[in-house]
Write a new protein. Structure first.
Length: 290
């Protein structure tokens, strides 16, 4: 065999071996990238399971930096929109919050679990908005009117009503709870200051009245009425049902906060309805008839 032929064969073998090594190296690097990407995606999914959407977004962003895919981009956008929707709900910006959850649900290439979370959050947002519009907001409006009329005790009572609502300790109501707490403290202090001022200004006239004698008597006395019947369909009406009844009356165009719990229970009983949400305007009108 010629020497030149031997060298040619050797060169071919070296090139083949080099190509094999290069291919193996490239394949190994590709596998490492895929493994890192999948690990980041999985971390994001675990964070979604824990409803930690900020951490999920960071994980999906990491996956995106490893390998730009429509999947990672979509998942990150969904997580970011969930975070934004939660913040908007806490801030009382319900339309913005609902727009964000709608983006989560409609996201192309989105993560199905995030879609499910988006649907659940949408329902929660609507419930919170309903409670605010038909219960909390009217109470605050009444309290503001009381403050304008310098009826501080009545205003304090209104703010206390907000603090007594069964759902007010929920995380989406913190803003309103603080507003009510601050309003209660402010009006209690204003009522106290008014009382002290009135007592101070009446000292001289009080002394004069005592010297002249006489009995002022009782201008009147408000007694507590009968507690009434708290049962409907044989079951005691719960606080949650009273809240539902008050919201229903308000939705039907009446001043729900002006109704006492007993009035609401009596309306419920007289309507004959199976649950508060079924009560109609005609039921209310019939109840209010003399």
């Amino acid at each position: 065999m010629k020497k030149s032929t031997i060298w040619t064969i050797a060169a071919v073998v070296i090139i083949a071996l080099g190509g094999g090594v290069f291919y193996a190296t490239q394949k190994s690097n590709s596998n490492q990238v895929d493994a890192s990407y999948n690990s980041a995606i999985q971390s994001g999914k675990e964070a979604v399971k824990d409803k930690n959407y900020t951490r999920a977004s960071d994980a999906f962003d990491k996956a995106l930096s490893i390998k730009k895919t429509n999947q990672a981009q979509a998942y990150k956008e969904q997580a970011d929109n969930m975070t934004a929707a939660i913040k908007a709900t806490k801030d009382g910006e319900y339309n913005d919050a609902l727009a964000k959850t709608n983006d989560v649900i409609k996201q192309s290439n989105g993560y199905s679990v995030l879609v499910s979370h988006g649907k659940k959050l949408t329902k929660t947002i609507k419930d919170v908005q309903d409670n605010y519009e038909h219960e909390i907001k009217p109470i605050f409006a009444t309290a503001k009117q009381n403050e304008d009329d310098k009826q501080y005790d009545q205003a304090a009572d209104q703010y206390q009503k907000v603090l007594d609502l069964p759902y007010i300790d929920g995380k989406y109501y913190a803003k309103y709870k603080k507003q009510a707490s601050d309003g209660l403290d402010k009006n209690k202090q204003a009522a106290k200051d008014n009382k002290n001022e009135a007592e101070s200004s009446s000292n001289s006239s009080s002394t004069s009245a005592n010297s002249n004698g006489g009995d002022t008597g009782n201008a009147g006395k408000t007694g507590e009425g009968s507690m009434g019947d708290h049962k409907v369909h044989g079951q005691t009406v719960t606080n949650d049902q009273i809240v539902q009844l008050r919201k229903r009356v308000t939705k039907l165009g009446y001043e729900g906060m002006a109704w006492s719990p007993q009035d609401l229970i009596d309306l419920y009983r007289k309507s004959g309805r199976a649950n508060p949400d079924q009560i109609t305007k005609n039921d209310v009108q019939n109840y209010l008839k003399p």
